[in-house]
Design a protein around this ligand. Structure first.
Ligand code: PMP
Length: 382
């Protein structure tokens, strides 16, 4: 489309026109029967997406960070201790949240680009006493995917609650809330679910709900799940005005997710990740994340030393593709390319074409069309 840019950052991701149309509908009362029904359906569709039959879903106006806060403050009390497994910037955020609420924290960090081996988690669990363990499914700063199932196997039958941050995974990578024994899954709409930002999403297991009910109060008001529970059970009731349009848009995004089917959707994300990575490597670029722990939702890509990050991103933007810069120790040395949500083969081709053109404009000599040709082998309809 003329003058349109394609936002290929790791969130927010491109929003399908059907979802945008839902967002643009006239705002109705938060207790209008049509909205109440859509809210109710979105709650059920969220739970189905996360493969749970019994967890309590919450959809609250806010962002992913609010969802992290909701997850933590409702099940961990000040003075208690958590184990934070961190694969980067967003894993570390749990430690910052803990500090803000007087929660003690052991931070088990990997080197950037690697994942913490389950054996190290086992060692910490043997040596410590924790109320909860936090896992970031895919850390958006490093592209690292956690071996969630392996960590959960270690936690099965134990008292520590499992808190999973799915912000950069839910909707693009399989998450089996019930089968893995997750207690709190928190996530956001603006990445692999493909909706606009604006809501904090959480699922609480019965055990997690019990932990909250056992406490007379929590250091929160807006983020207290017991205040929200009546609304999530009957969305026609009022506590704090829900973001009507964002919830309708989320509902449209979840409908698309379920129309595609979860297995097909996760397979598409895998296929697109393979295609993009083949294309990037054909351009001589190196992926930052270790091969055995790359999340399918984004790629973190090292830039050739001769190329300045800001200049590179300016070149891709001039070609209609917005990519994100590196964070933390790889700031200025890498770019991050989101490939999740509502994207398909055309976006892959457009992004790779722009990256190739940008590298060439910045003095790297490359055979023409190399990236797209390498990617095409993984794209059935390219
Ligand atoms: N967790 C992860 C893994 C994220 O990628 C992000 C956002 N990039 C967050 C949490 C925080 O979400 P938000 O920016 O919506 O507050």
């Amino acid at each position: 489309m003329i003058d349109e840019t394609l936002t290929m950052i790791p969130g927010p991701t491109p929003v399908h026109p059907r979802i945008l149309a839902a967002l643009a509908r006239p705002t109705v009362s938060h207790v209008a029967p049509s909205f109440v029904e859509e809210f109710r359906t979105a709650l059920v569709d969220l739970r189905t997406l996360c493969k749970s039959t019994s967890a309590q879903p919450f959809i609250i106006a806010g962002a992913g960070t609010l969802a992290m806060e909701v997850a933590l403050v409702n099940v961990v009390s000040p003075g208690q201790k958590i184990l934070v497994i961190s694969h980067g910037y967003f894993g570390d955020r749990f430690a910052e949240l803990a500090a803000a609420f007087g929660i003690q924290c052991d931070l088990l960090r990997s080197e950037w680009g690697l994942a913490v081996p389950p054996a190290e988690v086992a060692k910490r669990l043997d040596g410590g006493s924790y109320t909860a363990v936090t896992i970031t499914h895919v850390d958006t700063s490093t592209g690292t995917a956690s071996p969630v199932e392996a960590y959960c196997d270690l936690l099965r039958g134990r008292d520590e609650l499992v808190i999973l941050d799915g912000v950069c995974a839910t909707g693009g990578i399989d998450e089996r809330f019930d089968a893995w024994g997750i207690d709190v899954l928190l996530t956001g709409p603006q990445k692999a679910i493909g909706a606009p930002p604006g809501v904090a999403l959480c699922l609480f297991s019965e055990r997690a709900m019990e932990r909250r009910r056992a406490r007379s109060s929590v250091p929160a008001y807006y983020a207290d799940i017991l205040r929200w529970l009546p609304i999530m059970q009957d969305p026609g009731r009022y506590y704090s005005t829900p973001c009507v349009n964002e919830i309708i848009a989320l509902g449209a995004a979840l409908r698309i997710v379920h129309e595609e089917g979860l297995a097909a959707r996760f397979a598409r994300h895998d296929q697109i990740a393979r295609a993009i990575r083949a294309g990037l490597e054909a351009l001589g670029l190196t992926l930052f994340t270790a091969p055995d722990c790359r999340g399918a939702t984004l790629s973190v890509v090292l830039l050739p030393e001769a190329i300045a990050d800001a200049q590179f991103r300016k070149e891709t933007a001039a070609r209609g593709i917005v990519v994100a810069g590196g964070l933390g120790p790889i700031a200025g040395k890498a770019f991050r390319l989101g490939h999740m949500g509502n994207i398909g083969a055309s976006e892959v081709v457009a992004a790779l074409g722009a990256i190739e053109g940008s590298l060439r404009a910045l003095g790297i000599s490359l055979p023409s069309g190399a990236a797209v040709a390498a990617a095409a082998a993984f794209l059935p309809r390219a």
